[in-house]
Write a new protein. Structure first.
Length: 367
């Protein structure tokens, strides 16, 4: 993975609980702990140290330090019914008692939104479905030279109605609804790397067990288009050709993806022919699309919002000939994509996500 300064993020957060802004926060104090839980084997007689681990759950925790510490705001908006409010005319008090309370009834939606970012830009938000203020560990901090602050830990509870893949919350745009990918493809790499090509065939011997991985590609068609400028057509194995009719050829760059008919290309190199035309050398058949013949003047549409994400665990795996090869399809057994030889022959392995199936991975099984 190459270094990229654009991935460095300079952010503080605004915090909302059930849509209410908690107000001014002390700088550099907001902390979110994912709290992933693992079952581990580290007492093997054969090895010293960790030999196996399995993710078993999560227990996220949050800590914020607020400056807006007047009791009505803190206790009414954050503590809720954990404290008993007493109203005596203009006098207010909050009782600390021993009465029982189901904290599920006191949970609030938590959103951390980057300070200064447009309110409707959720791309770098952190959202938890259900949190409550852990008053057992609240610290009220006086400050002779500044304002009083209050450190408030927040516990995160699971949302039983959410998918098991997002029981506690989401990083990123929490308004996103999982949609079917544009393509699903299979590789031998756990994390797909450019050029994101589907593994179309391989051989599996009886002495090996091989795991393959599924990836989903998402993208949208931009309004930035051009047209193939080649006499006649290009065949499925031609990689360099001209695209003209582009409004601004400088907007087509190395690494960009475009679609022509149903095939997706990635630009490996380019030469500007004019302000509206380029000669592009491309990697073809991206994301499992099929390399094909394309006619002159075929529309080339630049793709935007291109994402490739691992989907092995959410995919449904299948083998067309289980008498020759089996492929695991159980998260509980941690065997998704695990291919096992059964007999000499051949089988097509596929991964399907939300009714979108990968192309076949043709596996020849042999002793």
């Amino acid at each position: 993975m190459a270094r990229d300064r654009s991935n460095i993020v300079f952010e503080e957060y605004d915090i909302k609980l059930n849509g209410n802004d908690v107000g001014y926060l002390k700088m550099n104090t907001t902390a979110i702990t994912l709290g992933m839980k693992y079952r581990m084997v580290d007492d093997s007689a054969q090895f010293q140290g960790l030999v196996a681990a399995s993710k078993s759950g999560a227990a996220p925790e949050i800590s914020i330090e607020i400056y807006e510490t007047k009791f009505p705001k803190v206790f009414n908006e954050i503590a809720g019914n954990q404290l008993y409010a007493i109203v005596d005319g203009t006098k207010l008090a909050w009782g600390i008692g021993s009465d029982k309370l189901d904290m599920f009834d006191e949970t609030m939606e938590f959103i951390a939104h980057p300070t200064g970012v447009d309110a409707d830009d959720f791309s770098n938000d952190i959202m938890f479905w259900s949190v409550f203020a852990d008053l057992s560990a609240v610290q009220i901090v006086g400050n002779r030279d500044g304002a009083r602050s209050m450190v408030i830990p927040l516990k995160v509870l699971p949302n039983d109605t959410a998918s098991s893949t997002m029981t506690y919350g989401l990083f990123g745009d929490h308004s996103a609804v999982e949609s079917a990918p544009d393509q699903v493809f299979i590789t031998t790499e756990r994390l797909s790397r450019a050029p994101h090509k589907h593994q179309s065939a391989m051989t599996l011997t009886s002495s090996r067990v091989v795991k393959v991985y599924a990836h989903a590609a998402y993208h949208t068609n931009s309004t930035n288009t051009g047209a193939l400028n080649e006499a006649g057509n290009i065949t499925s194995v031609e990689f360099t050709f001209n695209i003209d009719g582009i409004a601004d050829a400088t907007t087509w760059a190395v690494g960009d993806y475009f679609k022509m008919d149903s095939e997706i290309f990635q630009i490996a190199s380019k030469v500007a022919v004019s302000a509206t035309e380029i000669t592009a050398t491309c990697t073809r058949g991206m994301f499992g699309t099929t390399q094909a013949t394309h006619n002159d003047d075929a529309v080339a549409t630049k793709l935007s919002n291109v994402y490739v994400i691992p989907v092995s665990r959410r995919a449904t795996w299948a083998s067309s000939s289980t008498g020759d090869l089996t492929v695991g399809d159980s998260n509980a057994s941690e065997n998704k994509g695990l291919m096992t030889w059964v007999a000499d022959g051949s089988s097509n392995v596929t991964a399907t996500v939300l009714a979108v199936a990968s192309p076949n991975l043709v596996v020849t099984t042999t002793t």
